[in-house]
Design a protein. Structure first.
Length: 248
């Protein structure tokens, strides 16, 4: 752990905490801050916006990671450098299977490594899996809160706009993959290599077979179901952090 100011997130260990929540969108940091006591903005630099605060007596950081694995990987490495040991991603996803509705949560039990970032760190045979204790607790908390949820494999990828997107989605959906995002595989692989406790909760913003561009636009424009899903994933993440901190 070092107190040197990290080059991208622009904070040091004196601003750090053991726990961090990782939204992609910098705008979502303010949403998480509303759930915290004594929230304080620490830094905004590029896609990285960080707020600190307290939840049920536990200090928590919230750091946005931008879009995709490369920027998330930078955040994970730099947060590790300032002493963070537990990271929960709260993101959005497109469903690949029927039955997942807008605003449902997907708790990732593993990820298909269809991205470039995880491949830059280690061979493809290395598994992209979360910390089992976090995974277990996320499922317990979401059940206790009666949150509509699904737990299973997701796929992480690097583009929305290839010519084969529909075929790719059908392919992975037919093989039991629940949903797709762009960051979970990188988080799981980098976290695993570094001995971090990592997990990922995703909010369904596009149903299977839906129009990705239209679905994302509706999410940005405050579709009620998607916004409710966002609040649910924040609450589940924070309650999970509070509960595991009690076990120390």
């Amino acid at each position: 752990m070092t107190n040197f100011i990290q080059p991208h997130i622009r904070i040091g260990a004196d601003s750090g905490a053991e726990y961090v929540i990782l939204p992609g969108d910098p705008g979502r940091v303010a949403t998480v801050a509303r759930f915290l006591e004594r929230p304080r903005e620490l830094m905004v630099n590029r896609e990285y916006r960080t707020v600190s605060g307290w939840y049920k007596g536990v200090k928590v950081l919230v750091t946005s990671t931008g879009i995709g694995g490369p920027s998330l990987g930078i955040a994970v490495e730099e947060l590790k450098n300032i002493g963070v040991t537990t990271m929960i991603r709260i993101g959005s996803c497109g469903a690949l299977r029927q039955g997942l509705r807008l605003g449902d949560l997907v708790i990732a039990a593993g990820a298909v490594r269809d991205d470039g970032t995880s491949a830059a760190f280690v061979e493809s045979s290395y598994p992209a899996i979360p910390d089992y204790r976090l995974l277990h607790r996320l499922n317990q908390v979401s059940a206790e809160l009666h949150v509509p949820r699904h737990c299973g494999i997701v796929r992480s990828h690097d583009s929305f706009y290839t010519e084969r997107e529909d075929d790719i989605c059908r392919y992975w959906g037919s093989r039991g993959v629940l949903a797709a995002d762009m960051e979970t595989a990188a988080l799981f692989v980098i976290g695993g290599i570094n001995g971090l406790r990592v997990a990922s909760i995703l909010n369904v913003v596009v149903e299977a077979g839906g129009d990705v561009e239209k679905g994302i636009n509706e999410y940005v424009n405050a579709d009620e179901a998607c916004k409710q899903g966002e609040e649910r994933e924040i609450e589940v993440a924070l309650e999970t952090i509070a509960s595991i901190d009690k076990l120390k």
